[in-house]
Design a protein around this ligand. Structure first.
Ligand code: PLP
Length: 419
């Protein structure tokens, strides 16, 4: 299943293409993806759930390149979106609206209208106020809106605080506690402008321990069963995303263990199950390639100063996230501590800190592993650095997904009233 690998000479490859060639052709910093890997991981996720009635909506927020959406859409994936912009991306990539779930706590009226007009498959609502808006807009349009209720099960996912969404203290979902979610679901069922689509839960991202999933899913199932016992329809249980990857090791998510857990809890319970995986499909199928500018000896460690920075990959800065970093051409022996840092003028601008790294030469190419998720989608132009370009390798060929903008293009949407 691994499409990003080292060949017998130790050189980093995507399928049969040396990534060093891609760096030469497209420049650095550069995101490179394995399209075959995206497809394979999507199918591995689906296969782990075989035997259940499932629908898989790839979470765009992890990596929303048009080419990747088109590829996954062709493989059968639906999409989980969180904005009108992401809806436009899906439609442009050929994923039809009926295969799209619209998540998020802060949908604007315009976005709700846009989604309903397109024929969205499901809106996951997260507050009573949002339900009021959806209902009013659907009535005005003379249609019924398919709405699932995202619930808050108050489960700590044991992940980084900034990507944990399952606890009561977060902005996400409607509490199951004190009957709040049940009462709102009854309200949905009684609203002629809304068609109840089911219940949704998403407790956080990068879960490597499955126990919090189990706690959340059992809570959701209990609520769904009790609503059904009242005679209400609960067609879908949307179990969200969140399956983590092994950033320190080989990067692969444990699809089989997750599938076994879901099967144990939900088989023969009569629910269609929805899923919103993002990271589990995308992370391991992308690298950020960056070239070394300089080596600088610090007080107690080297600084390997590279051309990739926090504006290209903000996860280390934002979440203290770990990504393996290795030379592209030779997995040589470590020779001492180093920070791998970018050119941005912030001490927080690093791709890796305190790493045992080999000797690295000026001009040498490094690969940042497992960078396919929450990498390129979070790029900025901080320090007036045009974003990294993105390339995908699919069936032996490299394709540009996004070219690097020029500084002139960045400046073109600014006005200077004082010129
Ligand atoms: C509602 C929802 N669904 C799915 C996802 C995707 O999560 P992951 O990339 O961890 O699978 C997220 C991400 O936070 C989310 O908020």
């Amino acid at each position: 299943m691994r499409h990003i690998h080292r060949n017998s000479a130790g050189e980093l490859m995507i399928s049969d293409l040396p990534v060093a060639l891609l760096a030469e052709q497209f420049g650095t910093p550069l995101y490179v993806y394995s399209g075959d890997g995206f497809a394979a991981y999507y199918h591995a996720f689906c296969d782990a759930l075989a035997g259940l009635d499932t629908v898989v909506h790839y979470a765009l927020k992890a990596n929303s390149s048009l080419g990747i959406l088109a590829l996954l859409g062709r493989e059968g994936a639906g999409a989980d979106i969180v904005s009108g912009g992401e809806l436009q991306r899906c439609l442009a990539a050929g994923i039809t609206a009926n295969k799209i779930v619209f998540s998020g706590v802060g949908k604007s009226d315009d976005e709700i209208r846009q989604a309903l007009a397109a024929g969205i498959g499901q809106i996951n609502a997260e507050s009573e106020a949002e339900l009021r808006h959806i209902s009013a807009i659907a009535s005005e349009m003379g249609i019924t809106a398919p709405v699932a209720l995202r619930v808050n099960v108050n489960v700590d996912p044991g992940s980084h605080a900034k990507i944990s969404t399952g606890q009561r203290s977060t902005k996400f979902g409607i509490p199951v506690a004190d009957g709040e979610a049940a009462s709102l679901y009854r309200q949905i069922a009684a609203d002629p402008a809304i068609r109840p689509a089911g219940l949704a839960v998403h407790i956080g991202s990068q879960l490597t321990n499955l126990a919090p999933f189990e706690a959340a899913y059992l809570e959701l199932l209990e609520l769904a069963d009790s609503l059904r016992a009242e005679g209400l329809e609960v067609p879908v249980l949307d179990l969200g995303g969140g399956l983590g990857v092994d950033y320190h090791g080989d990067g692969q998510p444990d699809f089989a263990a997750y599938g076994a857990l879901v099967t144990r809890i939900f088989s023969n319970r009569g629910y269609r199950l929805g899923f919103e995986p993002g990271r589990a499909i995308a992370a391991d199928n992308g690298l950020l390639l960056t070239r070394t500018h300089y080596i600088k000896q610090g007080e107690d460690k080297r600084f390997i100063i590279v051309d990739g920075a926090m504006n290209d990959l903000i996860r280390p800065t934002l979440y203290e996230a770990f990504h393996r970093i290795e030379p592209v051409l030779r997995p040589s022996k470590a020779s001492g501590l180093a920070d791998i840092v970018g050119p941005v003028c912030e001490t927080g601008d690093y791709l890796g800190e305190g790493r045992d790294m080999p000797e690295i030469q000026e001009g040498e190419l490094l690969a940042v592993f497992s960078a396919g998720a929450y990498g390129a989608v979070m790029m900025s132009t901080y320090n007036t650095r045009p974003e990294a370009a993105e390339v995908i390798v699919y069936q032996g060929k490299a394709h540009l997904l996004r070219r690097r903008r020029t500084v002139e293009e960045l400046l073109a949407c600014e006005e200077n009233p004082f010129a």
